[in-house]
Ligand binder design. Structure first.
Ligand code: NDP
Length: 448
């Protein structure tokens, strides 16, 4: 049995049977059987069903947020925001169903048209840090394009995704279109990756497992999109509003207890304002409220597991410049931690996936860009400056998929999200995601 824990209390909150290859195969067969009828549903009806799912997510928002808080340990305020985004995602893709259309292309001797065809059965594999959000980012465009789905949540956090599957049925999405199968990634996930009847894998997770997914998919030339790890830079120039940048920096790396692929975990600061910035950052870090995720004031909860806490701790064995407070007793707690580092230190090179930030000084714009790009990852990042030309220059120079200027938030339902380099490829969210769940078919009709 898979014993599911509340990471804030270490209490068991559910026991689920371990999924198996047979269960995965059954789900794929069910999705395959459901595909012809689902792709034939009229666009306005498919849109209506997605809109109904969005409405049900809104109606059940508090239940879903509590489920997510108890299973992931994230603050209830964050969980409510995430559930709101899930509803918005389904609203957005309901609206996108009949706006994802083909072209007519000028050619000689006839007419050339393109169609956006669904792929068939798609396998969606999601991580434990934002289970419901990331499931919706994949499910919304996959269903809008007319695919059927086998969705595998992480073993640590399957509960909200299972509930979402029930709500999809309640919304009237036909049985077999959305199949949620929990089970270990190395068994159920791997089977979906290798299954000949799965046309595409939409994967979010670590770069290490992403590499394995890509290898496994090669056997059947399966389409893959990979949303992987990050080591993003938060670049603070001397001409920035330092108070604003320092006040915002903790949220960008301690949010979700640092278990965020977009975490701005390298804070690059111009040497001329380094001491002042660190002073401000210390005050802001100590002010982060760490504790019971169900309390509305809490800003940071625990890590996901005892094992993960050990990994995170291994990054600060040499001591920390700033360490916040964390509760004692049960729960996988870890304090907000800031270390002073160079970009060659392990804490600056590897994804910690915990509340640990490395502060790194730089001298001048050129060095800032060089350090920010000196990483195998390229997911996210921030630029803090009052100079608009510099903001644009640096934004173009950074090798990263998603950026924000004078802000640390860059994920929006309407806008593309995804990585450069070893942070993966393909885009989620916005209209861009639809390309990852459809094929372009070109048809030439002779008019002779
Ligand atoms: P993992 O890569 O360990 O797992 C991700 C998912 O893949 C889980 O459902 C897991 O199943 C499954 N899995 C594990 N092994 C295999 C396999 N061999 N074949 C197929 N599927 C498999 O990542 P984590 O869950 O630890 O999530 C954290 C990682 O996700 C971080 O690196 C983070 O940066 C990244 N992430 C990226 C995001 C992005 O959009 N770029 C967003 C959020 C997170 P199970 O765990 O059940 O065994």
């Amino acid at each position: 049995m898979n014993v599911v824990l509340n990471p804030a209390t270490e209490e068991r909150i559910a026991e689920l049977p371990h999924g198996s290859v047979e269960v995965a195969d059954r789900a794929v067969a069910t999705a395959r059987a459901a595909f012809p009828a689902w792709r034939a549903v009229a666009p306005e009806d498919r849109a209506r069903l997605l809109r109904r799912l969005a409405g049900l997510v809104e109606e059940h928002a508090e239940e879903l947020a509590l489920l997510e808080t108890r299973n992931v340990g994230k603050p209830i305020g964050d969980a409510r925001g995430e559930v709101g985004m899930v509803a918005d995602v389904f609203h957005f893709y309901a609206g996108a169903v009949d706006k994802h259309h083909g072209e007519t292309i000028p050619v000689s001797g006839g007419v050339d048209l393109t169609f956006r065809e669904p792929l068939g059965v798609v396998g969606l594999i999601t991580p434990w840090n934002f289970p419901l959000n990331i499931a919706s980012w994949k499910l919304g465009p996959a269903l809008a394009c007319g695919n059927t789905v086998v969705l595998k949540p992480a073993e640590l956090t399957p509960l909200s995704t299972i509930r979402l599957g029930e709500l999809a049925l309640e919304a009237g999405i036909p049985e077999g279109v959305v199949n949620v199968v929990s089970g270990p990634g190395s068994v159920v996930g791997q089977r979906l990756v290798e299954h000949p009847d799965v046309a595409k894998i939409g994967f979010t997770g670590s770069t290490e497992v992403g590499r394995r997914v890509m290898e496994g998919a090669a056997g059947t030339i399966k389409r893959v999109t990979l949303e992987l790890g990050g080591k993003s830079a938060n670049v603070v120039f001397a001409d920035a509003d330092l108070e604003r940048a320092a006040a915002a920096a903790p949220g960008a790396v301690f949010g979700n207890a640092g278990q965020d692929c977009c975490a701005r975990s390298r804070i690059l600061v111009d040497r001329s304002v380094y001491d002042r910035f660190l002073e401000l950052l210390e005050a802001a870090t100590r002010a982060v409220k760490v504790g019971d995720p169900e309390s509305p004031d809490t800003q940071m909860g625990p890590l996901i597991s005892a094992e993960h806490r050990e990994t995170v701790a291994s990054f600060v064995e040499d001591g920390a410049a700033i360490r916040g407070a964390a509760p004692e007793g049960p729960g996988f707690w870890f304090p907000c931690t800031i270390v002073e580092a160079t970009n060659d230190d392990r804490v600056a090179r590897e994804e910690v996936f915990g509340p640990v930030a490395a502060v790194i000084p730089f001298e001048g714009e050129e060095e800032a860009v060089r350090i920010a790009n000196d990483t195998p990852y390229g997911l996210s990042g921030s630029i803090w400056t009052e100079n608009g030309a510099r903001a644009l220059r640096v934004a173009r120079a950074l090798e990263t998929g998603v950026l924000s200027v004078n802000s640390n938030t860059s994920v929006r339902v309407q806008a593309p999200f995804g990585g450069f380099k070893q942070s993966g490829f393909g885009r989620e969210l916005g209209l861009h995601a639809l390309a990852g769940y459809s094929e372009v078919k070109n048809v030439y009709i002779s008019t002779d």
